[in-house]
Design a protein around this ligand. Structure first.
Ligand SMILES: Nc1nc2c(ncn2[C@@H]2O[C@H](COP(=O)(O)OP(=O)(O)OP(=O)(O)O)[C@@H](O)[C@H]2O)c(=O)[nH]1
Ligand SMILES: [Mg+2]
Length: 282
């Protein structure tokens, strides 16, 4: 862990669960029974206050305003005694959609992609759709296509590949020798709604096979993990009384690459930062 600050480039479109993960992570860090724990005064927590409050009441939090981008600085220590700062962002996921749709990267996002060596991509599989192919839409159906048919749209898998390729391209501009490939964790969020028994990698390969192939061929050793930050669905207006009486810190889990469940929500960050250290990066 670096004493100057370990930034995580958290990538996720709207609705994947960034805010709920941030709030649950913060609570776990404060509770102090995970691999990483809070070790001092965290700053810039305002963006998570509303989410923390909603979760305490057993309710889901609101969508984050599109233009928001706030970095919270969390002083954390590792169970082995190392300490440092974790810089965790909170932003509206439309910013990611805009990068993919416009294929333009603002200077702020360019700097983040170039300077952050630990990337975490959140994907909510239930929110993704497989595009039609020859099996799901036989050629015969094409004849029936009317001129009013909606225009061609790239599939969710292609969008995710585009996103990583666009950000990697901006990064290569500052590391022309390709030496700066960031460490990547893919977090399959809202795992509780998937009802899938296999490993996260199996889930990704089954649901998004083209994206899975891209990942396996283009990234040296991506970690693929599952995440259920909440542990169960919550709604914004009706309180889950069991949730609020037991406390949100007792809910949520991650699924490790080998398929084991752990309540330690700091595990993906621990893996990400540890792997970079072992590579001797930074
Ligand atoms: N079932 C289930 N639902 C979740 C979980 N985490 C988040 N959600 C739901 O997913 C929805 C989106 O979560 P957010 O954290 O607001 O997503 P976001 O990525 O911050 O979205 P933007 O703020 O729009 O960028 C909310 O309705 C949450 O209730 C989870 O672990 N399980
Ligand atoms: Mg949000």
């Amino acid at each position: 862990m670096s004493s100057t600050g370990d930034s995580i480039l958290l990538l996720g479109e709207s609705g994947v669960g960034k805010t709920h993960y941030g709030a649950q992570l913060l609570r776990r860090l404060m509770k102090g029974d995970c691999r990483l724990r809070m070790n001092g005064q965290a700053t810039n927590l305002e963006s998570f206050e509303a989410a923390l409050e909603s979760l305490s009441e057993g309710k889901a939090a609101d969508h984050t305003a599109t233009s928001t981008y706030v970095d919270s600085v969390w002083p954390v220590s590792h169970e082995n005694g190392a300490s440092g700062q974790l810089i965790w962002p909170e932003y509206g996921g439309e910013q990611i959609r805009s990068i993919i749709d416009s294929r333009r990267v603002s200077s702020a996002w360019r700097n983040r992609a170039q300077q952050t060596n630990s990337w975490m991509l959140m994907i909510r599989l239930q929110q993704t759709q497989l595009g039609d192919d020859i099996l799901s839409r036989p050629l015969l159906d094409l004849r029936k296509a009317t001129p009013e048919s909606p225009g061609h749209q790239i599939s969710d898998q292609a969008r995710l590949i585009e996103l990583l390729q666009i950000l990697m391209h901006t990064r290569i501009m500052s590391y022309p020798d390709h030496s700066g490939t960031p460490q990547l964790v893919v977090l399959l969020s809202c795992w509780d709604e998937l009802e899938f028994d296999g490993t996260p990698s199996d889930a990704l390969r089954t649901r998004l096979p083209m994206f899975w192939s891209y990942l396996s061929s283009s990234w040296r050793s991506p970690f693929i993990m599952g995440l259920s930050a909440l542990g169960r669905p919550l709604t914004p207006h009706t309180s889950d009384s069991d949730y609020s009486s037991r406390g949100p810190e007792h809910f949520g889990f991650v699924v490790t690459p080998d398929g084991a469940h752990s309540p330690d929500l700091t595990l993906p960050i621990h893996l990400l930062l540890d792997e970079r250290k072992q590579q001797g990066a930074d």
